[in-house]
Design a protein around this ligand. Structure first.
Ligand SMILES: C[S@@+](CC[C@H](N)C(=O)[O-])C[C@H]1O[C@@H](n2cnc3c(N)ncnc32)[C@H](O)[C@@H]1O
Length: 203
């Protein structure tokens, strides 16, 4: 692992409620909207970079079932350890201690890439999306989800006074430019204070 200051930051955060607390009732409509975009996942192969403690990963692993696969990864050893413990009984899920961009995945091997509450933290967003586009099969999808809206996320980061204070979710115009440059096309976008942020792009 390189000397990425975000690794130390997220390691310390692995026990924080925002990272480890079980999802509550307020998350249900957000997840419902997410699964309305993914469609049925049984048997699908997914990548979830920046899985944290694996709360969404567990839901995804159950959704793909025993004939599917979820490749999760995170740069933080403590986040990975928590995710592995959570996912212990689900062999269809694997957790790699790695930055997404370093995963040895075959081109066109993924049906879906889920970036859940991680996109602002990619230092090189163009390179991250180029990687996503490379590993997606033609017709595969990218979902970028946050449980809060863009304004709230960027405000939290801006005021954090930590290594994440410049980690911003781009505005839609910039996001579209990044997607297009990577060979992806936006199909759906919603960003509001109630349901948070969801962007769906296809290859
Ligand atoms: C805000 S947390 C979100 C974690 C989890 N998805 C959740 O919603 O609880 C962002 C996570 O992304 C990880 N991360 C940051 N950059 C990454 C990268 N390039 N590749 C993989 N993981 C990364 C961090 O270690 C951290 O656990």
């Amino acid at each position: 692992m390189t000397a990425n200051p975000r690794v130390a930051f997220f390691d310390v955060e692995a026990d924080a409620p925002w990272a480890a607390a079980p999802y509550g009732a307020d998350h249900a409509p957000k997840l419902e909207r997410f699964f309305a975009r993914t469609g049925p996942l049984a048997g699908r192969t997914l990548l979830e970079p920046g899985c944290g403690t694996g709360r969404l990963t567990e839901i995804l692993a159950r959704a793909v079932g025993e004939h599917g696969a979820v490749h999760a990864c995170d740069i933080s050893p403590r986040m990975c350890a928590a995710a592995r413990e959570r996912l212990g009984g689900l062999p269809q899920a694997t957790v790699s201690l790695a930055a997404m961009e370093r995963l040895p995945l075959a081109p066109a091997s993924m049906d879906l890439v889920v970036c859940h509450q991680v996109f602002p933290h990619y230092e090189d967003k163009a390179a991250a999306l180029a990687f996503v586009a490379r590993v997606l099969r033609p017709g595969g999808a990218l979902l970028v989800m946050h449980f809060r809206d863009r304004a709230a996320i960027n405000d939290v980061h801006r005021k954090a006074g930590t290594v994440v204070e410049q980690d911003m979710l781009p505005d839609l115009e910039a996001m579209d430019a990044l997607l297009t440059a990577a060979g992806l096309r936006r199909e759906y976008f919603s960003d509001d204070a109630t349901l948070g942020y969801l962007l769906h792009a296809v290859k």
